[in-house]
Design a protein around this ligand. Sequence first.
Ligand SMILES: Cc1ncc(COP(=O)(O)O)c(C=O)c1O
Length: 426
Amino acid sequence: MTPSIGQQCRSRCLAESRRRASRPTNGPGSVDSVAMTDRPVTADRLAGIGPTIFAEMTKLAVATDSINLGQGFPDTDGPSEVLNAATAAIAEHHNQYSPGVGVAELRTAVADHQRRFRSIDVDADTGVLVTSGATEAIAAAMLSLVNPGDEVVMFEPFYDSYVAAVAMAGGIARFVPLNAPDDDHDEWWFDPDDLHAAVSPSTRLILLNTPHNPTGKVFTSEELRLVAAVAIEHDLIVVTDEVYEHLVYDGAHIALASLPAMSERTLTISSGGKTFSLTGWKVGWISGPEHLVSAVRLCKQFLTYCTPAPLQLGIAAGLRMGDGYFAGLAADMVAKRDRLAAGLAAVGLEPYRAAGGYFLTTDVSALGDHTALDFCLTLPGRVGVVAIPSSAFYAHPDRGRTLVRWAFCKRHEVLDEAVDRLSGIR
Ligand SMILES: Cc1ncc(COP(=O)(O)O)c(C=O)c1O
């Protein structure tokens, strides 16, 4: 009887594995004995990119049993409506690959959300792409829109994946400094001349983040109009990361895409992680005009192809929740912000005001002559608290030399315990 294709395959595999097993493994001429040359293994594009500061500080938090105010993740679960919708989706067999662009329920929910909260019209079929977290959306946007040598303008400090994503695309990051509040400015601010100066004939796009990590700045309407005017004048695309859009405490979140003439050149990124306190789910999305979204889609299909289906259905249910949920989320977080801010002030670290997001920033030079890095590396051992040196968010670390970022998205008792421990630092 002729063997089946499966049998032929199995016997070929068996013969090959016997051949390999009979080969010497350590002697001269064996495959294992050929040492690699000392040629660098990492691609040049990644030069200068190391492990993220979060991995390092979280490891330190575990090793020293510290309270982790470093990484921005809430220590409570998201709303039961969202959890239950995902659990039901698993039970209802939504467990195979989903469409690469995302399940229709979530794409429609994103389009409806943009209309409901931002007065922006996007097409659920052609203008929304679901991604594995905002991180994938950022990387896919850079990889699909930036050519080697193109310049990307961003504000500094910046969320740390930005520079890495631009580098992976072969682009060059250009920075506009965000300056800390001072006698003349109540909020973090930038000089419009610095924005104009950062743009050159090689600029391809502006990568914006509002509300902003790490500073907590919420860009004002005037500032956004300026960014929009620069983008229009130089014919630039804007990618705007609005993952903290529902965590705005002072002022209002304004989506850049809602400004006149901006919808056609803007890609907006958001994430269920922040809006539903489910950072481990990594369900994000990017929305905008078809010609931009379809470019990013080309790239996303070969990164993760698709994002876990049951989690997408959970987030879709979340986006349809009533206004009370979204208002409650911000109210809950503002109470946490104020609690930690008061505690930090009491130990001599008066924070800058955070108008949005998860983080407070303090200047540790108030406590003596040390850098933020030294302060953060020794803090866990000294008092059992972890925070992040903001220098990690600067391309010019000197600019953030004495700044430390503290996450306040934690339970009140955890914040109180952290402040209690911090009272030992003086
Ligand atoms: C500004 C900003 N963008 C993007 C992300 C990543 O979001 P996600 O977890 O959805 O990938 C974060 C996470 O902290 C962030 O702070």
